[in-house]
Every structure is written in structure tokens, then in C-alpha cells.
Design a protein around this ligand. Structure first.
Ligand SMILES: [Fe+2]
Ligand SMILES: [Fe+2]
Length: 580
């Protein structure tokens, strides 16, 4: 589940980044195009201006220049002094020749402000020094000289940006009138027309446009981010619901084990709680603590597949039975391995019986080869087994159990985990009311395989053994011993003998308020635990009747239990022996 959340978080982050980068890239392309378009417009304007100038020049040139009246502004051009009919007089007025360069220069000087375009004719071999090329124009003249094509560039004049264009000025026949003496021939590049378009107004328009588009893109970006966030929240909500379902599923599975055995149910919860405490003490993340708790709840889930005859057996297991029990780790793993929601815990479940020194199962992993959370669970599993009452094994106190953990440190358990357990488990309170004994009718019936005498239906010795520490809650122990029942069987047959035993057992149960306290011992003996004298009297009457009806002899003895402290079968045996 964490992996999925991490994946969603990663995907969300990636989507935010990709979405932002995508829009920034598109926006920068659009803005760049706007500025490029501004330069394109400027270039078109420059070309139009040059074409107009060329047309104008050609018109003037095609007429061999124009004669205009001489005045203060238009004086005879000293650079045309080589032309013999440069000036003439008519109608009392002096006229002088203006060639294309002269007319254009004057027009540019007088009217350039009208359309804001700076234009000039320049050349590397000038007639008029006033048309001297600036630095950019020198470079541009060089370029057009080799390419014979227009050369454009955005460049600074002073501190202002201009689109600058240099258009080649090609010598025509009409040009030779003024320039032949310079050695030019038709087709030669004689210089260039330099045009400079101010970029500021165009760039200002592009900037305004960019702000508008950027605002629009911001809105698109915002809608995208909100959509991603909306769908991410939907996914998280789905994962939350899945997780809730997962929790319910886990507790449902745990309840399956609980219903089979009350001892195991408490065991799973305790093991989970202890493991979480240790994980916290060791500084594991909240998530890891959560995971180990879940793993603890399910660690013995594989035991559902273990037969009742082994799983519920109240006495010590044989080695064959133990090897069957060992299979619960792999069975548990197999149950969980194909369900994705258990991905985080399946290996912990499989490895919770591995030992630090490699003596565990199922794989005999050594040291840190076992996942650390499984190592923690291994310790708490044992700790709970040590501190819980079992029929075949007395429970240890918390202190004793922790001492045993120390003695097993580096062998069965990871020393680091033992150290953490000493801190985190030292104050746990063990609930001693939890016992393995069946309580409900269903539980009793489930355990009948182990606890009931199949012939008479009363309990057997094993059940007494499991309850031995409860004897101090009873006032009297009544021992009923049939004499020479062996001979009765011989004379009347086994079937008749069994029938009598059943009748006696029924009469005993009939006399007792609590039939759970009637036990058959060694074939022809019964032990009955009672609380008052009236019950004993009624019991004697009922048993006496059956025994006499069948010509049997018996002995009935009563021992007071009030002041005894019987904790073992041997202790009980001593009390009963004293009755004879
Ligand atoms: Fe286990
Ligand atoms: Fe366990």
C-alpha cells in the first residue's frame, strides 16, 4: 500500500513538473515567436523602405538626375563637379544637378522623422564623407559585397535597438554618369542602402502580447494543477477506502483464528502490540510500526490449515506434530502472497520463526538475512509464549522472560532487538485471566477430542491437568473407586460393564451442579469436585443406588480442599492417597 502511495506521490509530482514545463515551453515558444514576428515586421518595413528608395533612385537615375533651382538648402554638389553640365542658368534662375544620392540624402535628412526610419546610402568608396559608414555598416558592407544579398541584424545605435538592413547598391548604366570616374562598371556593388527600423514600438507590442498570453497560460496551468490535484485526491481516497477494507479483511482473518482457539486470538494481538512497541523503541517509522502490527496480527494465520488434533492439542507436541505446526509459516505466506494488499507483510509472516543464529525455520536464515521486522516478531512471539499460561508449560514472569531473552541474545534473537525489548517490554502487564481452557459450548465440543472420556461423556484426566490450578476454587474432592470391576467385566461382558460405567457417570453428573468437574480416571475411578456437603450427600445416594443394583462394591472418599494449595497432579495424587 505504501508502494502505491509513493507511486501516486511520484506520479503527481512528475505530472506537476511535466505540466509546468510543457506550458513554460509552449509559452516561451509563443513569446519568442512574438518577438521574432516583431523583427520580421521590422525587416519587411526595412525592405519596403529600401525598395521605395531604390525605385526613387532609379527614377532619378533614369532621368540622368534632376535639375532643381539653387537655393540655400540646395547648393551645387561639389562631388558632381566632374560633370560638365552640372549647372545651368535659365529664366534668370540658376539650376543645379541632383543625382540619386544627392536627392535621396536630402530627402532622408528632411523627412526621415515623418516615418521614423533612418536611411542612408553608404559605401566604402564614398563621394560624400557625410555618408561615412558606422561600425555595423562597415561589417554589413563587407557581407553584402560577398553575398550580393540583403543583410539584416538587430543591433544597437546608441542605447536603442534597431533592425538594421543593408541592401546592396548595384551599379547600373545610369549610375555611370556620376560614378564612372571612380572605376565602377555595370553590375559592381557600389555600396549599400542602410536602413534602421526602431524596434522599441514593435517590442513594446510584443511585450504587451506576451503579458496577455502569459496570463492566459497561467489560467490554463492553474486549471491543470487543480485537475491533477483533484484526481490525485480521488486516487488517495480510493487507496484510503482500500486500506480500510484491508484493515477489515485483516481483522476478519484474525477472527477466523480466534474462533478456533481463544488462546491464539489473544496471542496474535499481544504479539502485534509488543512488536509495535519494540519497533517504536528502535526508531522505526510510523509506517513500519503500522506494518509490524499488521504482520503480528496475521503472523500465525497459516495455522488455520493445521488440523485440530495438532493445533488444539493441549499437551506437548510430538516431533511429528511439531513439524506439522512449523508448516504454518509457509502456509501463511502462500495465503497472502498473491494478494497485493499483503505485499508489505507476507515476508514478515513467513520469516517470524527464523533465528538469529540460523537455527530457525522455514529457511534457516542467519542474522540480518531475516527481515528486521520479522526478527522483532520472532522475539515477541516467544516472549508471549513464555509469559502465557500453557497446559504443558508454566508461565514466566515478565522479568524472567526478559532474562531468558538476554540469555538467547545473539543466539535466537538479534542483540539490538533484545536491548530494545528490555526497555519497551519491561512494563507490560500480562493478563492472567486468559487461559486455554474452553468456555463456550462450542469451544468445549471442539476440545472434546482431547478432554472427554468417549465412553461416559465426563471429562478425562487431561482436562483435570489443564485445570489443576483451579482446584483451590473447589471445597471438596470426592474420589469414587469401583472395587474389582475387572471381575464384573469378566462375568457380565465388556458391553454390560460399559453400560454400568455410563450409568454411574450419569448419576454423578445428575448429582452435580457443574458437570465440568466430573473426571473418569484409569477406567473405573471417578473424581468429582464439589462445593458443598449437600451435593456430596446426594451424590452418595445416587451412586450407591446404581452400584447396588448391579451388585458392585465401591469406595467413596471425600477430601477437603479449602486449605490445600494443589498446583500439580502429583499434589492431587498425594491428597487422594491419604484417603486410603
Ligand atoms: Fe508462529
Ligand atoms: Fe505465534
Amino acid at each position: 500500500m505504501k508502494t502505491k502511495r509513493n507511486f501516486v506521490a511520484l506520479m503527481t509530482k512528475s505530472l506537476y513538473i511535466v505540466w509546468t514545463l510543457l506550458l513554460v515551453a509552449i509559452l516561451s515558444i509563443i513569446i519568442n515567436r512574438d518577438y521574432s514576428y516583431a523583427e520580421y515586421i521590422a525587416k519587411q518595413e526595412a525592405i519596403a523602405s529600401v525598395n521605395k528608395d531604390i525605385a526613387y533612385r532609379q527614377w532619378v537615375s533614369s532621368h540622368g538626375g534632376v535639375y532643381v533651382p539653387v537655393n540655400k538648402r540646395t547648393q551645387p554638389n561639389k562631388y558632381l563637379s566632374n560633370i560638365k553640365d552640372r549647372d545651368f542658368k535659365a529664366i534668370n534662375k540658376e539650376f543645379t544637378l541632383m543625382n540619386p544620392a544627392y536627392t535621396l540624402t536630402q530627402m532622408m535628412h528632411d523627412y526621415s522623422k515623418l516615418y521614423g526610419v533612418k536611411t542612408k546610402i553608404t559605401s566604402s568608396r564614398l563621394l560624400n564623407p557625410a555618408n561615412k559608414a558606422d561600425m555595423w555598416e562597415i561589417l554589413a558592407l563587407d557581407k553584402i559585397d560577398s553575398t550580393r544579398k540583403n543583410y539584416t541584424e538587430v543591433s544597437y545605435i546608441g542605447d536603442k535597438e534597431y533592425l538594421r538592413l543593408m541592401s546592396p547598391l548595384v551599379t547600373t548604366i545610369s549610375c555611370l554618369k556620376c560614378h564612372a570616374y571612380q572605376g565602377y562598371q555595370v553590375g559592381d556593388i557600389r555600396g549599400g542602402i542602410s536602413v534602421s527600423i526602431p524596434m522599441k514600438p514593435l517590442y513594446d507590442d510584443a511585450f504587451k502580447n506576451s503579458i496577455l498570453i502569459a496570463g492566459l497560460f497561467f489560467l490554463i496551468w492553474l486549471v491543470g494543477v487543480l485537475s491533477i490535484s483533484f484526481f490525485t485526491n480521488k486516487i488517495y481516497k480510493y487507496l484510503d477506502e482500500k486500506e480500510e477494507l484491508y484493515e477489515e479483511y485483516i481483522y476478519g482473518l484474525v477472527s477466523v483464528v480466534e474462533k478456533r482457539d481463544t488462546y491464539t486470538a489473544g496471542h496474535s494481538t499481544r504479539v502485534a502490540d509488543y512488536a509495535e512497541k519494540i519497533a517504536k523503541e528502535m526508531g522505526y517509522s510510523e509506517y513500519d510500526c503500522h506494518i509490524i502490527h499488521r504482520a503480528g496480527m496475521l503472523h500465525d494465520i497459516g495455522k488455520v490449515a493445521i488440523p485440530d488434533s495438532v493445533f488444539l492439542k493441549p499437551t506437548k507436541l510430538s516431533s511429528r506434530e511439531y513439524s506439522l505446526i512449523k508448516e504454518h509459516v509457509v502456509i501463511g505466506y502462500d495465503m497472502l502472497k498473491d494478494i497485493s494488499i499483503f505485499d508489505d507483510i507476507k515476508e514478515i509472516v513467513r520469516d517470524h520463526h527464523e533465528h538469529y543464529d540460523g537455527s530457525g525455520y522455514p529457511r534457516g536464515l542467519i542474522g540480518e538475512d531475516t527481515p528486521i521486522l520479522a526478527q522483532i516478531l520472532s522475539l515477541t512471539d516467544s516472549f508471549d509464549a513464555m509469559t502465557t499460561d500453557r497446559v504443558y508449560k508454566g508461565r514466566k514472569s515478565v522479568e524472567e522472560a526478559l532474562q531468558e531473552m538476554i540469555s538467547l541474545s545473539g543466539k535466537q534473537f538479534n542483540p539490538k532487538i533484545v536491548q530494545a525489548a528490555l526497555v519497551s517490554l519491561k512494563d507490560v502487564i500480562i493478563d492472567h485471566t486468559k487461559q486455554q481452557n474452553p468456555k463456550t459450548l462450542l469451544e468445549k465440543e471442539r476440545f472434546s477430542h482431547f478432554y472427554k472420556d468417549l465412553l461416559t461423556g465426563v471429562h478425562n484426566e487431561a482436562y483435570l491437568r489443564s485445570n489443576i490450578y483451579n482446584l483451590d476454587k473447589c471445597s471438596f474432592a470426592v474420589w469414587i473407586s469401583l472395587n474389582n470391576f475387572h471381575n464384573y467385566n469378566k462375568q457380565n461382558g465388556w458391553a454390560k460393564g460399559d453400560e454400568v460405567l455410563q450409568k454411574i457417570a450419569n448419576s454423578i453428573m445428575y448429582s452435580c451442579k457443574n458437570d465440568a468437574r466430573v473426571y473418569r480416571f484409569y477406567g473405573d475411578n471417578f473424581l468429582v469436585l464439589l462445593d458443598n456437603q449437600n451435593e456430596i450427600d446426594e451424590l452418595k445416594i445416587n451412586v450407591d443406588k446404581i452400584v447396588k443394583e448391579n451388585n458392585l462394591r465401591y469406595k467413596i472418599s471425600v477430601a477437603a480442599l479449602a486449605d490445600t494449595d494443589i498446583q500439580t497432579m502429583e499434589g492431587l495424587e498425594d491428597v487422594i492417597k491419604k484417603l486410603f
